[in-house]
Design a protein around this ligand. Sequence first.
Ligand code: NI
Length: 397
Amino acid sequence: MIDAIKAAADDVYPEVVALRRALHRHPELSGEEDETARRVADWLEDLGLDVHTGVYGTGVVATLEGGEPGPTLLLRADMDALPIREDTGLDFASANEGVMHACGHDLHTASLLGTATILAAHREQVHGQLRLCFQPHEERIPGGAKFMIEHGVLDAANGMPAPEAAFGQHVKPDLPPGTLGVRPGGFMASTDEVYVTVQGTGGHAADPHQAVDPVYVASEIVGALQSIVSRRCPPGVPSVLTIGRLVADGATNVIPDTARLEGTFRAMDEEWRFRAHGLIRQLVRRTAEAHGATAEVEVREGYPVLHNDETTTALVQKAAREYVGPERMVDADRWFAGEDFAYILQKCPGTFYQLGVGSEHGLHTAQFDPDEAALRTGAGFMAYLAWRYGRARAQGG
Ligand code: NI
């Protein structure tokens, strides 16, 4: 079967590349993936699959029934692009001014459609059924995955049991094209946003004793917050707190009334994550109080920690060694980016893995230019994984 899938992946590759270029040329922002969803639905309907559109806005869900009994699996791709002005010079560069597929979701979508084509051609050998989920709105909190779950993508439907495992992939620029990066356990970080407003009392810069300087207090808070990671976080729990924005609109001779801080807090452990929220609030308020100011703190919850199930991940590693060879299956490092597939993996065991695309420029940059050759592996491996999982379960594994 592995050779049949590889041959089918080679056959569909030109079409997958053409589709990826079409998607790349017409990127759409989170929640606006209308054209993309139409292309996805057309492709799936051409394969003769049962297709549902409009699942949480532009989401598309299709079912592929295998010829052999077996479990239900969820395979997911995301469809949205970013508000970035493309600067790649490619002849299929974005025609939508200021919007770019700079996170590779065009590759994820094209790849999963390729997977659907490969498996549809070998439907009789597929054990169980596949729920193919094309998800909108990954790039922005609160995340489309959360709402697709509310719309039932993890539930039993049409006489089919609920998915017992879920798989997704993300392109990775610093891995060679066609390499697979896999990591069991905590893989991607929770991504919460921290907003602080320090309220002081403005005044003449020459008379700080008659004012409460919010700029000084904000600086103290930036420093103090680092103790959350260095002194309060248990050693061994990876965690990051970065303040990326500090705004105080005074002047060389003016102490302003307020200062504003914005940043991100990321962690690899849910228990620590929520404990840290309380510590952040307390530390900010008390640091402000210590200097005679007050502070308002808001911690806006982003995506949870993405946790790869040990059992399904062991199968992904095994299948990856079989499909791309042990030398092209690498142990992925922890990744401090956020990913809303984490919501799906909170409810359903599964694995999110990396597909190397060898781009000199990183994700979310205007020059991101992945090597399309990776799509051969992207589409083929997920097809093999789905078939392999179904067969293992059908044999009682
Ligand atoms: Ni992404």
